[in-house]
Design a binder for this molecule. Structure first.
Ligand SMILES: N[C@@H](CCC(=O)N[C@@H](CS)C(=O)NCC(=O)O)C(=O)O
Length: 215
């Protein structure tokens, strides 16, 4: 298998954690999102992923785009350890956390959206930061409320073992820190992040640990 990845991509970071947790080997192919005008726009990569985003996982069964679809594929092909809990209500909760991040927070703060705001629409860097902060704070506030004082919240978003929810949360917090967002209002999220960082599957997937971080 091959994973097309970029060290700072939070969507690729989710998949790197999933692969590590499941102990599945994949050869990393690096797509630099800024170099050469963005290597995600090059024709060869565009053929693989017409959406021009990372990650893409190339499997023996074909190429898969979209990080959540990739994680669900890995879950079905390599069920142990599971990324989703047993009970339907718990599975729905885990997916709701994952989708709050992957569908609501991340897409409007993605690189190309921020580039469109500052480039095509001509807003200032300060306004861009305001946009980012507004939407990420809105999303993190919702997540904190969903996870605080809930009896299923443990060391992780659901219980004490990582699920798809944590795979999405930890990269999103990395991204928020990179944009200098104050995380003090989100003590539950910060606590879960601190725990997950102690797990090698998460630590090894971190942006600064990636080969392309040094390039
Ligand atoms: N919903 C997609 C999002 C993928 C995505 O937006 N990836 C970003 C990096 S985190 C990207 O490749 N951006 C390229 C760009 O904005 O030009 C997924 O979960 O895979």
């Amino acid at each position: 298998m091959e994973l097309y990845t970029y060290f700072r991509s939070s969507a690729a970071y989710r998949v790197r954690i999933a692969l590590n947790l499941k102990g599945v080997q994949a050869e990393y192919q690096y797509v630099h999102l800024l170099k050469d005008g963005g290597q995600q726009h090059q024709p060869a990569y565009q053929q693989l992923n017409p959406n021009e985003t990372v990650p893409t996982l190339v499997t023996e069964d074909g190429a898969i785009t979209q990080s959540l679809a990739i994680c669900e594929y890995l879950e079905e092909r390599y069920p142990n350890p599971p990324l989703l809990p047993v009970h339907s209500i718990d599975r729905a909760f885990v997916r709701s956390i994952a989708q709050t991040i992957a569908c609501d927070i991340h897409p409007i703060n993605n690189l190309r959206v921020l580039q469109y705001l500052t480039g095509t629409l001509g807003i200032s860097e300060e306004q861009k930061s305001q946009w980012y902060a507004h939407w990420v704070q809105h999303g993190l506030t919702a997540l904190e409320a969903l996870l605080t004082n809930r009896d299923t919240t443990g060391l992780c978003c659901l219980g004490d073992t990582p699920t798809l929810a944590d795979l999405c949360l930890i990269p999103q917090l990395y991204n928020a820190r990179r944009f200098n967002i104050d995380l003090t209002p989100y003590p539950t999220l910060v606590r879960i992040d601190a725990h997950c960082q102690t797990l090698s599957a998460f630590a090894e997937a971190a942006p600064e640990k990636q080969v392309d971080a040094a390039v």
